[in-house]
Ligand binder design. Structure first.
Ligand SMILES: [Zn+2]
Length: 339
């Protein structure tokens, strides 16, 4: 055991035994934006032996205000976030093994990603991936830590399958597309990232060192701008929950929930969200008006973003022009419409 971890070992509830456990732990971080970057830095510094980081996106200048692992040169090179994170984390702690995966976490790979890890941290930016992660973690009985942050507000909850409520016990249905604010439409400030990430990584360290009775067992909500917070104590899992009650893992069952199709010869991808809905196009136009040029009529809204153009229909279906890559198109949809 080297000097590096001496202050953490002095912390009596971790100690030498806890530190050994951290060094032998394997953690999956899904999404390496602001939350994921913060999780991975804290856990690499703490000496978690193996970190698997998956992200589908690349670094942009608009990330640098809050995504603490990334630098201007990463943004200039448009490096994939998983790779840029691995590069930086290797400088911070070369003793940690890091697997960087540049891919979309979806029904085809999620169980493989999860199965050889002790704990899963949510660094995603959309509900669709969270429901997928919830299904996989409940099915494989892996603990995962939900986290979300937008504008000055955030929430987190630690989910231990069959011991605590799962995500779907609390939020039965995914919110309709276009109804939730995203960091790309409502903005976000860095302090809420630190706050949510701090709770998530503290829970991770408690869990990995075997301090299970210290887990907070609540849905915690914070607003750093209003300086307000709430702790909603969790009861037992809901026996009627589709996921942990009925073991209906529908998000894992192939792409029944969202379909995307490359539109041949048009350099465009069509995205159909899991649940078609009736979008409030004027409200969406108002939300997007500062982000690019917006045109709207009663059937659709078109947002021009330089190299990409996003056309959203009133049922929430969309066509992303400027790419024939489904992952890029989905990422644009999550950022600007939100799922
Ligand atoms: Zn449940």
């Amino acid at each position: 055991m080297n000097e590096r971890y001496s202050r953490q070992i002095l912390f009596s509830e971790i100690g030498k035994i806890g530190q050994e456990k951290l060094l032998n732990s394997r953690v999956l971080i899904i999404g390496c934006g602001a939350l994921g970057a913060s999780h991975s830095e804290t856990l690499a510094r703490a000496g978690v032996g193996f970190l698997k980081i998956i992200d589908r996106d690349f670094v942009e200048f608009s990330n640098l205000q809050r995504q603490n692992l990334f630098s201007e040169s990463d943004a200039k090179e448009r490096l994939p976030k998983a790779i840029a994170a691995k590069n930086r984390l290797s400088q911070i702690n070369s003793e940690v093994e890091i697997e960087a995966i540049v891919a979309d976490a979806n029904y085809s790979n999620i169980e493989n990603l999860v199965k050889d890890c002790d704990l899963i941290l949510d660094g995603t930016d959309n509900f669709q991936t969270r429901y997928l992660v919830n299904d996989a973690c409940v099915k494989l009985e892996k603990t995962w830590i939900y986290g979300a942050a937008v504008s000055g507000y955030g929430a987190t909850m630690t989910i231990q399958p069959y011991k605590t409520p799962c995500l779907r016990c609390i939020f039965e249905e995914m919110p309709d597309a276009g109804t939730s604010p995203t960091c790309d439409t409502a903005g976000v400030i860095q302090p809420i990232i630190s706050m949510i990430s701090a709770i998530q990584t503290a829970e991770a360290i408690k869990f990995l060192t075997g301090n299970f009775d210290r887990l907070h067992r609540a849905l915690l909500q914070f607003d750093v701008w209003q300086t307000d917070w709430r702790r909603i104590k969790l009861n037992e899992p809901n026996p009627e929950c589709q996921t942990c009650g009925h073991k209906n893992f529908e998000f894992l069952e192939a792409e029944t929930k969202e379909s995307s199709a490359v539109l041949c010869g048009r350099n465009a991808v069509q995205i159909s969200p899991p649940k078609l809905t009736n979008l409030d196009l004027p409200a969406l136009a108002e939300k997007l008006k500062n982000l690019g040029s917006v045109k709207q009529n009663e059937y659709l809204l078109r947002l021009s973003l330089g190299e990409y153009e996003l056309t959203v229909f009133s049922d929430a279906r969309a066509i992303v022009r400027g790419t024939d890559d489904i992952i890029t198109a989905r990422s644009i949809y999550s950022k600007y419409i939100g799922t």
